[in-house]
Design a protein. Structure first.
Length: 344
């Protein structure tokens, strides 16, 4: 198959991402651009869907122009357009999908609807030291905590998942209990670095359940109980609670991930999603994996959060596999779309 130029568009939540990926010479990311809506949503303590959608409308064209300028390519050279079809916020998804389908129709090129989580799963392939198939993937973000066996593009077996709050969601909710600003996850991780190790003991939910599922809502409730028991939290107490919370989540994620790898008989673990940027999680995973001869792969930090590069990559890989390709035109978004329903 001749080399192709794939434009990727991501608009599932509160980041607008555009990227240009070439399949030439084994594949290369030519340029990518990202706009985060964090400052806009911080005023409200969380994502406001209507504001997110409107901001995607404002940002997509300028980001596209920047990517074309940075890559030195012309719009007419694009061979296909990949975009996030779901899951995510319905209005936000519609902005990216409508833009992609309209642009593709005007250029006379096909589109590749992409599953957002597949983009995250494949994002480590953009790194300088990419993994090879098969591998076990730990997908940890604000909306998802899952362990998957990945044998190839479109071939994903669910091994375990959260039964309630995702890890990132638990980080954000706990941060709010501690009075930290949105987005709470990174702020809590930073505060935890100033906490005393093992000073606050919190439960490790489902650590010994015998399966590969997770549960984090009870951990959040345990933090709430600790906070209410202290009349006035000082800065060190807040840091100690943050440290205890992070220790609990990291221990569960590390032990369940290594158990999944051992049960699979594989030696490669991929970590993807926003929580994958957590420094303590990376440190403990690397240390524990090294003891068992397991290699851990991460996306570059810039590709841990939502971005257009991972969508362009997933689109390119699917295009090469001849799957999920359609002529530009009629489309639908899928705000709720379990990864298990994705087929090759």
């Amino acid at each position: 198959m001749p080399a192709m130029l794939i434009l990727g568009i991501e608009s599932s939540c509160d980041e607008t991402g555009v990227a240009l990926y070439s399949t030439d010479a084994g594949g290369a990311l030519l340029a990518h651009a990202l706009h985060s809506q964090i400052l806009m949503h911080r005023e409200y303590g969380g994502v406001v869907p209507e504001l997110a959608s409107r901001d995607h409308i404002r940002r997509t064209v300028p980001l596209l122009r920047k990517v074309l300028r940075d890559s030195g390519r012309a719009l007419g050279e694009v061979d296909a357009i990949a975009y996030t079809q779901g899951p995510g916020l319905a209005g936000a998804l519609l902005v990216g999908a409508a833009f992609a389908e309209g642009l593709a129709a005007s250029l006379g090129v096909p589109t590749v609807p992409v599953h957002h989580l597949e983009g995250h799963l494949l994002s480590p392939l953009l790194s300088r030291n990419p993994p090879t198939f098969p591998f076990v993937a730990l997908l940890v973000s604000g909306g998802h905590s899952q362990l998957m066996r990945v044998t190839g593009v479109g071939h994903y077996e669910l091994l375990g998942e959260t039964l309630d709050d995702a890890a990132g969601e638990a980080f954000d909710k706990t941060a709010k209990l501690l009075g930290l600003p949105y987005p709470g996850g990174p702020a809590l991780a930073e505060l935890a670095e100033r906490g005393e190790p093992d000073s606050v003991k919190l439960p490790r939910p489902m650590l010994h359940s015998g399966d590969l599922d997770f549960s984090f809502s009870g951990l959040k409730t345990a933090v709430l109980t600790k906070v209410r028991a202290i009349e006035t939290l000082d800065e060190q107490q807040r840091a100690d609670i943050a440290r205890g919370f992070q220790e609990a989540i990291v221990e569960v994620l590390v032990k369940k991930s290594l158990r999944a790898v051992r049960q699979s008989g594989l030696k490669r673990l991929v970590v993807a999603g926003g929580v994958g940027a957590n420094r303590e999680l990376r440190r403990q995973l690397d240390a524990a994996a090294a003891k068992h001869g397991i290699t851990v792969y991460y996306p570059e930090l810039e590709f841990c959060t939502d971005n257009g590069a991972m969508i362009a990559l997933a689109g390119a890989l699917r295009f090469e596999a001849g799957a999920s390709i359609k002529p530009a035109g009629a489309f639908a978004v899928r705000p709720r779309w379990p990864l298990a329903e994705l087929t090759h």
